[in-house]
Write a protein that binds this ligand. Structure first.
Ligand code: HEM
Length: 340
């Protein structure tokens, strides 16, 4: 009699497992070895050319990838463009500042790959691989990119805001946002080290440099000289909305641990970055990474690899898009299927 419950458990457990959607354990490092052996070379060529011509590409792609993965998984859902009938993730407020060069390099890679191996390589794999290669190209750590993701069949802008942090969100909320997706505080601090490259628009930190409080024009946590320089740079930011500052004022184009050293010296640009430097849950990691670039690289690589397989779609959960910015069943304004 005592055996019955455990046998029943095994039976139902077996059925349950059989119906679980495929997970990232279906991904492999050499997924395209037979079907598109030129994949690594083509990717490397395209991203190198683009990064050399437009050095802001790496940061743009890294942020694009993060924003894609955090909203229902790494499935290229934020590469879809809106149509007259359907607003896409890409047009959610927080994604509007993703730079055109980031989308462009993915579309260039897709075009080159379609010429060699039509209908084979997914846009989500292209985005993951481009991110890794670009991080390495600007001096950051290498990590493995498992392959075999499928591209999403949906792109829902209403899913974006609840899944991505903004600089004004209290740190506890940011920690729980990452926590809900399985990322520890340590992994979160390592990932935000991505702010060692790239830009932020003035509106993202304007509250820290203008009319901060009754007693101070700017946030006293900021280095005064830095605050004054930012105030000059952003003086007309409401009219000149494209005005931006480097996230890492010391070594802006280099992927290194300077971002954490900046946090400790009053050179944090975003309120959320500043909060990480003082909160007792995050400060120990900030201090550790500021002192030890090797530790930062190791943890960043591990955490970004984990991001890269977050909620991926495989098998029939998605498709290999023919063009990254539209679903395969997109008929175009004429009602007919459009071609490359
Ligand atoms: C605490 C969580 C985070 C917040 C609140 C945050 C917020 C922001 C904001 C407001 C910007 C400026 C965007 C602009 O004005 O164009 C930015 C830029 C950037 N973020 Fe984050 N971010 C966070 C975490 C991350 C993570 C985890 C990554 C990647 C792993 C990342 C990668 C980047 C990159 C590379 C840029 C520069 C983009 C460019 O130059 O085009 N961020 N972030």
């Amino acid at each position: 009699m005592r055996k019955l419950p455990s046998l029943m458990f095994l039976f139902f457990h077996g059925i349950f497992l059989a119906f679980l959607p495929f997970t990232y354990s279906n991904l492999t490092l050499d997924y395209y070895k037979q079907t598109c052996p030129q994949f690594p070379q083509i990717m490397q060529q395209v991203i190198t050319d683009k990064q050399l011509d437009f050095p802001t590409t790496a940061a743009g792609v890294l942020r694009l990838f993060f924003h894609d993965c955090m909203v229902d998984g790494c499935d290229a859902s934020n590469l879809i463009t809106s149509t007259a009938f359907h607003k896409a993730e890409r047009d959610a407020d927080i994604n509007l500042s993703l730079p055109g060069d980031a989308f462009d390099v993915i579309s260039r890679a897709k075009t080159a790959l379609e010429l060699q191996c039509p209908g084979v390589v997914s846009c989500s794999d292209i985005l993951a691989m481009a991110t890794r290669n670009l991080v390495v190209m600007v001096g950051g750590p290498y990590f493995n990119v498992l392959l075999g993701r499928k591209d999403s069949l949906v792109s829902d802008p209403s899913r974006v805001a609840e899944n991505l942090a903004t600089p004004s969100l209290p740190l506890s909320k940011i920690i729980s946002l990452f926590g809900l997706k399985g990322f520890s505080v340590k992994e979160m601090v390592a990932l935000v080290g991505a702010h060692t490259i790239g830009f932020s628009h003035c509106k993202e930190f304007a509250n820290r440099i203008f009319n901060f409080s009754e007693s101070s024009q700017y946030d006293p946590a900021l280095n005064p000289e830095y605050a004054n320089r930012l105030r000059k740079l952003c003086a007309n930011y409401t009219e000149m909305t494209e005005m931006s500052a480097y996230n890492d004022v010391m070594t802006p184009g280099k992927f290194d641990n300077m971002y954490y050293r900046n946090l400790k010296n009053g050179l944090a640009l975003l309120q959320s970055d500043q909060a990480m430097a003082v909160d007792k849950r995050t400060k120990p990691y900030v201090d550790w990474y500021a002192a030890n670039q090797t530790a930062f690289f190791q943890d960043f690589a591990g955490a970004l690899e984990k991001v890269s397989v977050y909620n991926v779609k495989t098998g029939r959960e998605g498709e290999v898009r023919q063009r990254c910015h539209e679903f395969n069943n997109y008929k175009g304004p004429s009602g007919r299927r459009s071609h490359i």
